[in-house]
Write a protein that binds this ligand. Sequence first.
Ligand SMILES: Nc1ncnc2c1ncn2[C@@H]1O[C@H](COP(=O)(O)OP(=O)(O)OP(=O)(O)O)[C@@H](O)[C@H]1O
Length: 685
Amino acid sequence: MQYTDNITSLKGIGEKTAGLFHKLNITTLYDLITFFPRDYEQFGERIPVSQAAGQEPVTLKLTLTGDYKYRKFASLGVGTITAADESGQLVITYYNAPYLKNTLKRGMSYYAHGKVRTEKNRIQMDQPKLYTEEQYQTLMRFMQPKYALTKGLSAHMVSKAVSMALAGLSFAEYLPEDIRMEYQLSDIGKAYRQIHFPEDYESLILARKRLAFDELFSFFMQLHRQKEITKETPSAFSLLETADTGRLLEALPYKLTKAQMRTWQEIKDDLTGGIVMNRLVQGDVGSGKTILAFLSLLLVAANGCQGAMMAPTEILARQHYEELCHMTEAYHLPVKPVLLTGSVSAAEKKKRCAGIEKGDYNVVIGTSALIQEKVVYQKLVLVITDEQHRFGVRQREAFLGKGEQAHVLVMSATPIPRTLAIILYGDMHLSLVDEKPADRLPVKNCVITRSDHKKAVSFLIKETQAGHQAYVICPMVEENEDMEGVADVISYTAALKKELPEQIRVTYLHGRMRPSEKDRIMEAYLNRNIDVLVSTTVIEVGINVPNATVMMIENAERFGLAQLHQLRGRIGRGAAQSYCIFVDGSGKDSPSERLQVLNKSNDGFYIAEEDLKMRGPGDLFGIRQSGIMNFKVADIYQDSSLLMQVRKLVEDLLMDDPDLTAKEHESIRGWLSLNFGNLVDFRSI
Ligand SMILES: Nc1ncnc2c1ncn2[C@@H]1O[C@H](COP(=O)(O)OP(=O)(O)OP(=O)(O)O)[C@@H](O)[C@H]1O
């Protein structure tokens, strides 16, 4: 039997059953044995009926004391039979199972497994599974796997198929003995057997560790190979540094921070170095990444080529576009920018696309409209994605495909914990903008409960009357009966208007508004025609209004810490002191511990680490939805130290033997070729 054999080679799996397995993406025996259980069931010792009622499933040893009675109520058939042990009796119920009349007979004994409840003083057991003594003894010896099934495919069918595959395959160990010893890894065949049918908890842990190791090992091997490829790809465009970028830097009303200067130098070296750039610029909120993107676009434009920048929201794209237009005009830059977003009319879009194709524009800024098939670039040399992880995998691939080996610059304001950064951006060079402009004062924070609402509003009035602006964030757009106690933008605005003096101008903003309406409001806020903006998290990413100095976040307990930090990043962007008020709306007397993390720190990296610890990686930054965490067993939080160890091991191995040609590494090479197809394609992350 081979890993690559079709599952139909197993006895009892015909075309029809194979079709059901296909629904779970299982075609080969390898797919089958890597279809890991989602949980396990431990069958324990049996207990007496008198102690059985409760939430957990239990096992009872019962003798049937009556006959099976079957009655129909409309379309529901209900079958009951009485049973007892030495401590008491109960009634067993099955639904729509008339045929059990022939099997369940008075006097028979079974081990019954299921949940027991008490109803009107009667003890009831619904649809228990029945086993003979011998069957139950076998079950008790192993933890039983639970699989994520599909209709028509039972747990028993999957377990049986897995057992057959495990028995038929010969698992050749590919890891050299010294590595297995060093990392205390069990044998590969044993690991597969024990992950499906563990003898006990310890064996399961060991199996899991071995399989997580294998997954991470393949991942880093592939990552390393990709890094090598990226490192060596020569760029088809030779760009030269022109005087324009220096001129812009001279003309700006501020001097770049040291971190900005260092990053700009790194980008410049990449762009003019003859090799395709693949760089991630990571900087905390408000650290000044946009100007670095503009300098890069300017360099490309000054070389007669095109650059494009994709932002995750319409508002943000427009903001970047307007800022670039402003700079182009003010400093006479050789830039011809164009905006391409979903809300541009079809006729106008056609016109702009024609201009892009002809080369009338050399900088294109937009949302995902930039990568629609119709857009053809004349000479796209640089692609910049802002807040990359918000884009879907396919979108990013399409964007890259628009240019021929274009330089890639990714800007991220999300401070990503180290382990996660390695997974997400392991193949990229990293620039850290780890310094904020010198004129910034750290945001002052406080966490309050709703009982302090009046005080918070007085503060809002004081700040707005001093000429500053404020944001109030609510989790919901409009009132919802099912979400009592959760603030919504629409009712909150109405209530706030009543609380504030008339001259303070309050407006709301949310994601369900028309794009043109959202733009109009943002524009008005930017131009100081609105004092308080009540909004959902649509303003979370990138919006830059330096005059806004207060943010009040209602129901802060409902947001993740990293997201709250992003929201708070909308203030503290100018020279004035800013304040963030987190309102814990959970109704508890004192605010939650979790929010104190934000109270204590303004450091995005620290907050992201804390968030990761509290929530696990899958919930962070919507990564689960975007399909980035494709590991089946490994968990980058739980296995973070293993992850670091494996990364080091792979680096050392490849340093000594880059092509894995040494005799002792032959088996690793063979195994990797089997696995690469199943791994995360990190180029597309
Ligand atoms: N070196 C600097 N000195 C002073 N102000 C600066 C400096 N660099 C950028 N700025 C200004 O700081 C503000 C924030 O910059 P920018 O919008 O680029 O932040 P960002 O890093 O993109 O943050 P976010 O990810 O939160 O959007 C802008 O108004 C920008 O003009």
